[in-house]
Ligand binder design. Structure first.
Ligand code: DGL
Length: 263
């Protein structure tokens, strides 16, 4: 993070956060798109899941994470959480107009651009699906599709615990979306935890295309850093640092395992 350029200025890092390890699915796309940048990932696993918290709580957690990251030298922030983006991104941007703050949103647009797109299943947390932001997205892109929004209560928290092959996770997925097997044209993963169980979801739903916001967010971050003159001047390999609010042994190792996981 102290990567100084030839003119001596410090490049700063990109701060990425989520309610836990889900945002690592976005981080993987960010590091692939911007391999020379330094990233600090903060998982707020002590407060996971955000999906059953109040808007005030989610805004409070997000604000304090951003404050800490800025104090440590973040040049841009990626809210790698659909739930926190829906609740907090607009307020945080208004509070810090000089700081690029990017968010993620359910990838409805690419799903509607893919054929066929008659019936699109959107899996997300109850908070994400309740808020106006999602309804606006669905209105904007979903007019010639039937958008079936499924609040996946408990799923992000279950993924957060690891053990992705356990039978109870399969049963939870069957309960949540089993009825849509062979009945939808595509699936939008509207929570950054879900890409880690795409194979398990496919077992339940059948072989349909999946869309998530990770790659789009990475391209967007690249553009924003370029526009603001914030791209690193280093050509060396960037660093990735993991931090967590959960002070338990093994948490950072689990983050690293998810970062390296083959999907
Ligand atoms: N990973 C998050 C999201 O994208 C939040 C899940 C949760 O904490 O409920 O929505």
């Amino acid at each position: 993070m102290d990567k100084a350029c030839s003119d001596g200025h410090d490049d700063g890092f990109v701060g990425v956060f989520d309610s836990g390890l889900g945002g690592i699915s976005v981080l993987r796309c960010l590091t692939a798109e911007l391999p020379h940048e330094d990233f600090v990932f903060f998982g707020d696993s002590a407060h996971n899941p955000y999906g059953d918290k109040s808007n005030e709580q989610i805004l409070g957690y997000s604000r304090s994470i951003v404050e800490d990251m800025v104090a440590e030298g973040a040049k841009a922030i990626v809210i790698a959480c659909n739930t926190a983006t829906s609740v907090a991104a607009a307020t945080l941007r208004a509070e810090r107009p000089d700081l690029p703050i990017l968010g993620v949103e359910p990838a409805l647009k690419p799903a509607t651009e893919h054929d066929p797109h008659r019936r699109i299943l959107v899996m997300a947390t109850p908070v994400t699906l309740k808020l106006d932001k999602f309804h606006r997205l669905a209105e904007e892109y979903g007019s010639d599709s039937e958008v079936i929004a499924v609040p996946c209560v408990g799923l992000a928290h279950r993924i957060e615990q690891g053990e992705l092959e356990a039978p109870d996770l399969h049963e939870l997925l069957v309960d949540l979306v089993g009825q849509y097997r062979d009945k939808v044209d595509s699936v939008v993963l509207g929570c950054t935890h879900y890409p880690f169980v795409v194979r398990q979801i496919r077992e339940v739903l059948g072989d349909v295309p999946f869309f998530d916001g990770g790659e789009g967010t990475a391209r967007h971050l690249h553009e924003v850093l370029r526009e603001h003159g914030l791209l690193t001047c280093s050509m060396g390999e960037g660093s990735v640092t993991f931090r967590s609010s959960l002070n338990e042994p093994g948490v950072l190792d689990r983050y690293q395992r998810f970062f390296d996981m083959e999907l």
